[in-house]
Design a protein around this ligand. Sequence first.
Ligand SMILES: Cc1cc2nc3c(=O)[nH]c(=O)nc-3n(C[C@H](O)[C@H](O)[C@H](O)COP(=O)(O)OP(=O)(O)OC[C@H]3O[C@@H](n4cnc5c(N)ncnc54)[C@H](O)[C@@H]3O)c2cc1C
Length: 446
Amino acid sequence: MAEEEKLDAIVVGAGPAGTAAAITMARAGLQVALIEKGAQPGSKNVMGGILYTHYLEQVVGDDWKTAALERPIIEEQRWMMTDQAAIRLLGYKNLRNRERPHSYSVLRARFDAWFAQKAEEAGAFVIPETVVEELILKDGRVVGVRTGREGDLLADVVVVCEGIGLGSHLLEKAGLKKPLRANQVAMAVKEIIALDPGLIEARFNCEPGEGASIECFGSATRGLSGFMFIYTNKETLSVGGGALLSEMSDVRLSRDELARRTPNALMNHFKSHPAIKPLIQGGETVEYLAKMIPEGGYKAIPKVYGPGYLVCGDAAMLSNPVHREGSNLAMESGRIAGETVIHAKEKGDFGEASLREYRMRLDRTWVMADMKKYDGAVPLLEHNPQLLGKYPRLLDLALDEFFRVDGVSKWEKQRRIVRMFRKHGGVRMILDTAKAGWTLARPFGR
Ligand SMILES: Cc1cc2nc3c(=O)[nH]c(=O)nc-3n(C[C@H](O)[C@H](O)[C@H](O)COP(=O)(O)OP(=O)(O)OC[C@H]3O[C@@H](n4cnc5c(N)ncnc54)[C@H](O)[C@@H]3O)c2cc1C
């Protein structure tokens, strides 16, 4: 592409948001460049991850069936852990998912490469191995990008899909986004562990080709606000998790305590839990990855449009950690951004008022409804550490008493459990749990 040639749109970042935006615009005949810093799209990307096909289908139609996916998720489990127990709060094997799967495990190195190929087939110029160093502003308007390899590229619109975290600072550098606070992001790590498919199926109670997800709270993260996970891929397990960066880096804590909270320490702690160890035993770690997750909720969403630019996905802080959703908010926002640019092109107007359509449309979708609904979820955990620390331990002790067959009458066991709850703040636990339930379940807008 010749330097100074003006495109209709430049998309920064070939993650789910950027590629969805690029495909949408390229399919409408727009001249689009999709710039990715990784050697291949996906080569630097990390996700748990479970991908939701509904949103993929909205972008590529039936082609989603050829996507590089791993296993359809048939069973979802949620465990509350203490150091000596794993309480299975939820185990949901949904056999309808055999006929109508809606979520699949994915490995981003494979999925992103496939998705970017779809962008190329739609007519977008995919430019890998190229770092966008800054946004070019002229008279307060974004007019293009400066890159390390391709020089300056100009376009009517730049769609910023750079994700968040180390190396994703274009918006901040241009003064279009405030720096993130440590309680607005989680630091997450993930290992890909190679394991024989037969062993995966036996250990996770799956039929051949089918998959399961396990997410673990409480002592899994040493009580920090976050969770750890295991997802089954075809020939590997994705094992990882994370917690709020502010809780990992709290300067009031001792050096020893901080060392116990590093992502690596949490990972080792999780993998050595007696309930987890047998699931991964004999597996070989083939990759180790780290990345941030936006957890600031609705209030942390920056301005997502302005003269000559739009912001999508993680860069726009669109993520729902309670439901472990991020890739779908990224794809949906990318698709809507793409459609907004198509309308702007029809009008010949890429000014702020025209691009505001993007935010207005997002506001009317499930994306912003969900962002508002869970706005208080992460602060609730951050300010009530007992929810993932003391209360799981209390529940564990009560269950130990309840299930232990040891010559004590059931009346006496009941009395002991009630006494234990009274002594250790059981009433408070019920109130706190009800409050947490209300925060998560309250009707939209209240
Ligand atoms: C451990 C972990 C587990 C997760 N699990 C799930 C899950 O199970 N399900 C789910 O839906 N979501 C999950 N998420 C969240 C999900 O990964 C994100 O929400 C999603 O990837 C956001 O997509 P995006 O396109 O906005 O950003 P990203 O996927 O981060 O993509 C950004 C892209 O931009 C590129 N880039 C950045 N800066 C530049 C630059 N200057 N120049 C050129 N290229 C650049 C990057 O290399 C990258 O390819 C998880 C996240 C993590 C970290």
